[in-house]
Design a protein around this ligand. Structure first.
Ligand SMILES: [Ca+2]
Ligand SMILES: [Ca+2]
Ligand SMILES: [Ca+2]
Length: 196
């Protein structure tokens, strides 16, 4: 039985390898001179800069479509546009179609939330500072529970609070962040070392 299963698995992997090899051969013959590393990226509707050359038919047409749709979009990594993750800055602009639509919902919910990585807002992991603000819906709701437990504690990495390790920073070792007593030794060490 095990032998049969192994044979079946080997056969499937052999077929997959042969299919992949055929696809690569096909791509190679279709785009001679194109340095193909990731064949699936050519013609996948996302403009990949490394294939945006004549030999690759401008990423199998992806980059021609991109240029036609967003002629004034100067974002660095074009394949980030329309990848479902909202990217900030030069991506979230009218010229780039608000990151190819990725940021439309984000902008609607959090028009005044200016963070570097909008796609971590609402990813179920609480990130502090400028993310944990009313403008950003307290990290899209991720920090609501944390704020209940530690009101007034707005550190950059809330997930370090209560992880059993003492952070060498008075900001974390504070009453507000609940680490003061458990980190008493650490706290005093910091204070003693920083005394004038
Ligand atoms: Ca592509
Ligand atoms: Ca994106
Ligand atoms: Ca988050």
């Amino acid at each position: 039985m095990i032998n049969l299963m192994l044979t079946a698995i080997l056969s499937i992997s052999t077929i997959s390898s042969i299919t992949a090899a055929k696809v690569s051969q096909h791509a190679a013959s279709r785009y001679p001179g194109c340095p193909i590393d990731y064949i699936s990226r050519i013609g996948d509707s996302h403009c990949d800069d490394q294939y945006n050359i004549r030999e690759c038919n401008f990423d199998g047409g992806d980059c021609l479509e991109f240029e036609a749709r967003y002629p004034n979009c100067k974002a660095k990594y074009k394949h980030w546009i329309g990848d479902t993750k909202c990217n900030s800055g030069e991506y979230n602009t009218p010229e780039c179609g608000y990151d190819g639509g990725d940021c439309v919902e984000f902008n609607l919910h959090y028009p005044n939330c200016k963070v570097q990585y909008p796609y971590i807002v609402g990813d179920n992991s609480c990130f502090g500072k400028e993310y944990n603000t009313p403008e950003c819906g307290y990290d899209g709701g991720d920090c609501v529970e944390f704020n209940k437990n530690y009101p007034g504690c707005n550190v950059e990495r809330p997930y370090l609070i209560g992880d059993g390790k003492c952070q060498d920073s008075p900001e974390y070792n504070s009453f507000e962040c609940g680490e003061f007593l458990s980190c008493a030794y650490c706290y005093y060490k910091i204070r003693l070392l920083t005394l004038p």
